[in-house]
Write a protein that binds this ligand. Sequence first.
Ligand code: ZN
Length: 190
Amino acid sequence: MNCYNNSYLCDPKFGNVHFMSFLKQFVIPFKGLLDGHHEYEFHLDAQFFKEFEASPIHESDLTANVKLNKHLDLMTVQLKLEGWVRETCDRCLAEINLPLTRTYDLVFKREEGESEDPDLILLSPDAHEFSLADILYEYACLSVPLSKIYNCEKSKPKPCNEDVIKHITKEIDIIESNPVWDVLKNIKNN
Ligand SMILES: [Zn+2]
């Protein structure tokens, strides 16, 4: 049985305790769903990420919009994550609300076995519900850009540390005004 996306439900340890937990709101009882389109919206904030040990995301304000299209034996799911995560700016080391917007397309299929494809999730034919919590967590982590920089000039108040930015700009000016660079520039221009 593939427990990738509903490991909590598969773990007998959790039992009814899980259903009283914060993550209960992320369980979708798909068995009772009519074929066709369904839409869900979830809010992923610090309380959500606290549920996952070793989460790289702590403070955040993310909206997860889930568009589910149910067919007879499979469901297509479009997952859109939008909002910000609290990160350290790569440029000035200030704490910033790094914006992110990412969309993912997933397929849920009722089939026994293990899926090799991360975008294909296999649900046991006898399962009647699944939890989106793990999926939302994994895709939120995947959505955080590697480079923690954004154009913060228009944000008010500006989150970046101006003194550090000025300092870096000065350093770049010094490097660029270094005669060695002029020599290199000349070589490049010739
Ligand atoms: Zn910055």
